[in-house]
Design a binder for this molecule. Structure first.
Ligand SMILES: NC(=O)c1ccc[n+]([C@@H]2O[C@H](COP(=O)([O-])OP(=O)(O)OC[C@H]3O[C@@H](n4cnc5c(N)ncnc54)[C@H](OP(=O)(O)O)[C@@H]3O)[C@@H](O)[C@H]2O)c1
Length: 207
């Protein structure tokens, strides 16, 4: 076991594997990128801000100079940006598969806002953006041939991980009304119902 911050993770050889991580420039996403890169994966991280993406890559490279970590612009709250990011990823990896797809980016807004396409910002970012990105990356998701030397029991299809929270437990009900604006007197309750969409968005990649 290797220690990363206060967490331990098993040492797995991810050489030759491609990992796409949304929100990889900060928080848990950055730590996930660091761990994946340390284990040998080629990591492509997406986030909105150029400087934080570059800083994240440099921070990982500082600790692991041979890491294969790169970044591309991604705003999950703008479906045009999602398309551009997906095209960029597909162009960069060519015939390779996306072996690990970590849907990590998410937000907890303090006030009601809408996305570029006019959807509630939490639902747009956490759910719609990831759903669209999954669809765009679908040609490179799914099963692959076992490479010589693959560890016994190693997964042979894309591992899609959806990061969410348990805040939906605090809402009074969970309905398909993801555009719900909540009680104006209780700002904190507003994102809870849209957040319910994250578990619903989880997809099963065909195998
Ligand atoms: N931290 C908690 O206590 C907690 C609790 C429950 C659930 N979660 C969930 O865990 C995940 C990670 O949380 P965190 O606290 O580590 O996040 P964080 O520190 O706030 O980092 C968020 C990351 O997502 C990116 N991001 C934000 N909006 C984006 C957008 N529209 N498009 C693309 N990237 C975007 C940010 O970069 P840019 O700003 O540059 O885009 C950043 O890299 C989230 O899904 C969150 O909902 C966290």
């Amino acid at each position: 076991m290797r220690r990363v911050g206060t967490f331990e993770h098993p040492r797995v050889d991810l050489s030759g594997r491609v990992a796409v991580v949304t929100g990889g420039s900060g928080g848990m996403g950055l730590e996930a990128c660091r761990a994946l890169a340390e284990m040998g994966a080629r990591v492509i991280l997406g986030a909105r801000h150029d400087k934080s993406r570059e800083a994240a890559c440099q921070a990982i490279l500082k600790d692991h100079p041979t890491a294969a970590v790169e970044h591309a612009a991604l705003d999950l709250a703008d479906l045009a940006s999602v398309r551009t990011f997906a095209d960029e990823v597909l162009a960069r990896i060519g015939d390779t598969r996306v072996h690990i797809f970590l849907q990590n980016a998410g937000l907890w807004p303090k006030k009601y806002a809408r996305s570029a396409q006019g959807h509630e910002i939490t639902f747009a970012t956490n759910v719609l953006g990831h759903f669209a990105l999954t669809r765009y990356l679908m040609p490179r998701l799914g099963p692959w041939e076992t490479a010589p030397g693959t560890q016994e029991g190693a997964p042979q299809t894309t591992r899609v991980v959806v990061v969410t929270g348990d805040i939906y437990h605090q809402t009074d009900s969970c309905t398909p009304d993801f555009e719900w604006q909540g009680d104006p007197a209780c700002v904190g309750s507003r994102p809870q119902r849209p957040t319910c969409g994250t578990p619903l968005e989880t997809v099963r990649v065909p195998d």
